[in-house]
Write a protein that binds this ligand. Structure first.
Ligand code: GRG
Length: 291
């Protein structure tokens, strides 16, 4: 466990240093927009997606340098989605990561623009990698698909449409969770495989998807059970907005059972992959957040 914590801290520091280096050189102009972009991404969050990318890449014998640019891109896309998700026209939350959400601090239009900027920066940053190989192209195209109209944005659209709708059930819930959450959790794992030339592609895709569902169900359970301090944002939002969640569909006990199933799937898949000890510990860490 100590080894896991140290490795997690090492990967997180590699990410923070790389982000700092990129933003310092690329966003050097002083402006409110650049300030809002930096406010939204610096110093925030668990950095789950970059840590997943680095650890999968290391497992597949890639260096962190080989995946550095695209690790920043994934977290930029994630951060933009959180900014937009917090807007009054979406989930309307004044807090994120224990501080004011971007629109609350800089105003609504600046919130929209900071999110738009991060989405574009994600692609600018990925394309700065040299040499940019055919595997890098495939990886970026996969990321774009996971985040876009066939992935996260689609999931968010269905999610918003299903608020206060009591006729929809498990099938739609799974569609939302796959697209809104699981695809951006699966992306860094699969991207490491793509850049390695396709090592364990099938197994890692399946693991990523199961981990994504697990991640979202644990988030639902935490929304129900946790405090502002634990979440860094307003708890009990799902119920207030009458969202379609795992708790609404399965009940709290049923949601915990589903989380256990996804957890067990993840561990079973990882046991078939060499050197997957860190990913096993990572899965334990995400799973245990709900207890
Ligand atoms: C607005 C296009 C658009 C999409 C929004 C990501 C998302 C889709 C909505 C955010 C709300 C939500 C419940 C998303 C599910 C994924 C999730 C639990 C995100 C939070 O990710 P963490 O826990 O956050 O990794 P940190 O702050 O640690 O980075």
């Amino acid at each position: 466990m100590e080894n896991f914590n140290n490795k997690y801290a090492f990967y997180k520091k590699f990410f923070e240093d790389s982000l700092d280096e990129f933003l310092t050189s690329y966003l050097d102009e002083k402006s409110t927009l650049n300030e809002a972009v930096k406010y939204s991404i610096i110093d925030g969050g668990k950095r789950v997606r970059p840590v997943l990318l680095y650890s999968t890449a290391s497992m597949l014998n890639l260096s962190l340098e080989e995946v550095k640019n695209i690790s920043l891109s994934i977290e930029m896309i994630h951060s933009y989605s959180l900014i937009h998700d917090d807007l009054p026209c979406m989930d309307n939350d004044d807090y994120r990561r224990g501080k004011y959400s971007t629109h609350k601090k800089y105003g609504e239009s600046m919130g929209v623009l900071a999110g738009d900027s991060l989405l574009n920066l994600a692609f600018e940053c990925a394309l700065l990698k040299e040499p940019f190989t055919k595997e890098d192209k495939l990886a970026l195209s996969f990321l774009s698909e996971c985040a876009g109209v066939k992935g996260m944005i689609k999931g968010q659209a269905i999610d918003l449409a299903c608020e206060k709708d009591n006729k929809v059930g498990e099938k739609v819930l799974k569609e939302i969770y796959l697209n809104k959450t699981a695809k951006l959790i699966k992306a860094p794992i699969v991207i490491a495989s793509i850049i390695s030339g396709g090592k364990y592609l099938e197994e890692l895709s399946e693991f990523g998807e199961n981990l994504g569902y697990l991640f979202q169900i644990v988030d639902d359970i935490m929304d129900e059970n946790s405090t502002f301090e634990q979440m860094g944002k307003t708890p009990n939002k799902d119920k207030a907005l009458d969202k379609l969640t795992a708790i609404k569909v399965y009940g709290l006990k049923g949601a915990k059972e589903k989380a256990k199933n996804y957890y067990e799937n993840c561990i079973r898949i990882l046991k078939g992959i060499n050197n997957s000890e860190f990913l096993i510990e990572f899965t334990n860490y995400l799973y245990k957040r709900n207890s």
